[in-house]
Design a protein around this ligand. Structure first.
Ligand code: AMP
Length: 143
């Protein structure tokens, strides 16, 4: 199974912001959209960085609320680990586990084309386990 399968299910909409957006703008976007990370991309949608709720907590703890007025380009994480539609979901899980993050944007020639979160991966794994269990039940009933 590949990333394309997840994107077909959830769509390609990604909440993103320009590097010039303020940290406060990002806080508003996270809250309003009920998400855990915002991808930072330029006007051509080339991925520049990522900022998650964990970064916001760290920024506030270490720098205080004055940082809310600073541009996100000064606080975002880069480089960003991205994937393509052809990457396997198993690869995504390994990468998220090894690197301890929960979001991987999808990029085609560097341009933002979707995002996969750990929630999407877990949802896919549950759907697969349920479908395999249903197949097994069918197999035993038919046999
Ligand atoms: P998360 O678990 O996604 O909230 O992110 C934890 C940390 O990893 C934060 O510092 C994020 O900015 C960073 N991060 C999240 N996703 C990625 C990614 N795909 N590539 C690089 N860093 C990331």
């Amino acid at each position: 199974m590949t990333v394309a399968w997840i994107l077909r299910e959830k769509g390609r909409n990604v909440v993103s912001a320009l590097p010039s957006a303020s940290v406060n703008d990002i806080v508003t976007m996270l809250a309003k959209n009920r998400i855990g990370a915002v991808v930072i991309a330029d006007e051509q949608r080339q991925v520049q960085g990522i900022i998650s709720e964990r970064d916001i907590v760290r920024i506030l703890a270490t720098q205080g609320t004055a940082a809310l007025h600073e541009p996100v380009r000064e606080h975002m994480t880069r480089p960003v680990v991205t994937c393509t539609e052809q990457h396997s979901i198993d690869w995504l899980m390994e990468e998220m586990t090894a690197r301890r993050f929960r979001h991987i944007p999808v990029a085609e020639q560097g341009r933002l084309a979707g995002i996969v979160s750990i929630g999407d991966v877990v949802k896919h794994r549950i759907a697969r386990a349920e479908s395999e269990a249903a197949q097994m039940r069918q197999y035993f009933v038919a046999g």
